[in-house]
Design a protein around this ligand. Sequence first.
Ligand SMILES: [Zn+2]
Length: 413
Amino acid sequence: MNKMLVLNNAFLIDGKGGDPQPGVSVVVADGIIKEVSHKEVRIDGARKIDLQGACLMPGLIDAHVHPGALDLNLEDQINIPPTVFVHKTTRNLENDLKLGFTTLRDGCTLDGGFRTAIEQGYIKGPRLYLATSQIVQSGAESYGPGYKLRDPMPQNSLGMIPQVCDGPDEVRRGARRALGLGADQIKIFASGEVVSQSKEDRATPDQWKFTVPEIAAAVETAEAAGTYVMAHAYGATAIQNCIHAGVRSIEHGNLMNPETAALMAEKRVFYVPTLTCYQVLAKESRGYMTSYMIEKLETVLDKGLEALEMAYRAGVKICSGSDIVGPNQELKGRELALKAEVMTPMEAIVSATRTNAELINMADKLGTVEPDKLADIIVVDSNPLEDLSLFEKGFESVIMVLKNGQIMKNTLS
Ligand SMILES: [Zn+2]
């Protein structure tokens, strides 16, 4: 048995949405939360840390990330030497842990090697749930110089490529290939995109792409492998196609309407709004975008909060994803404060902890601070319910990070 760790005098936000509790002790051993007590706990031989009233909460989960999308320009991205790509992506993953994100769900282009390197202890990073290779239809992938029609352009210099599929049989094959590459979930593009750079891809975000039978083939393949489909979808028709096909989570959804929000609530489909990426693209990363990307960005930018409000009012299960591509990935904690323009601060925290854990089928192990859960815990230097923007400054404000009971960051002592 590893040495026990006792975190005393915590101001606990447990991830379940109830009132915070002061003066709580949390006991961790063997990677597991053993006890959550309202009294100070004394255990002989245990390592004790007095948190002095600092806020202890579940490790954050970001349900939509791209740590390997280093450059917004795909041609520049694929020309990053593979070794440099691995080191820079690793730096993003290390940073995410320091920011308090103990789990990430990748929306595509990380290969399974990153997950293995983290699990084997070669690099430090969050738990990874990978989509590996995304399912796109022909004409949607980013062609570049030297690539023929229907040749998918690599997404990075490790040679990760999208699965270009037309018709249910090809989607089935594409989904199986993604699973073969180590996908934890299947990612499908059910509508046009903002950041696609294909000369042939004139689809705008409001245009739907795959048909219901095509999406259903991905869902069937994923379910046969014990997993599910996450779908990039902006507009009402694309979202409804996904819902009818049995998709588990709708990503972005900026252009939904109230009827679609009601259907999402009825079918218990998870919604992963990704407000941060549009704001970061519009502000911090604007100079990295082409005029066509900016044109498309304008059509979804202000719609994100409206969509969140529709979904929130309809009672949809709301998750949390930042979806930052290119530079400025360290701003991913901004998502919580942005959501609090619609939800309460506590609801924003629950979306990034318990609801995200439910989305990735890990509700029994992650997302709340309770006995028998994995000890993924963070400590922050002030009360997030009073100011959620502290998560955007996580390098300073997150003072302790435990993943699997291991202290990954501690600036307290
Ligand atoms: Zn994405």
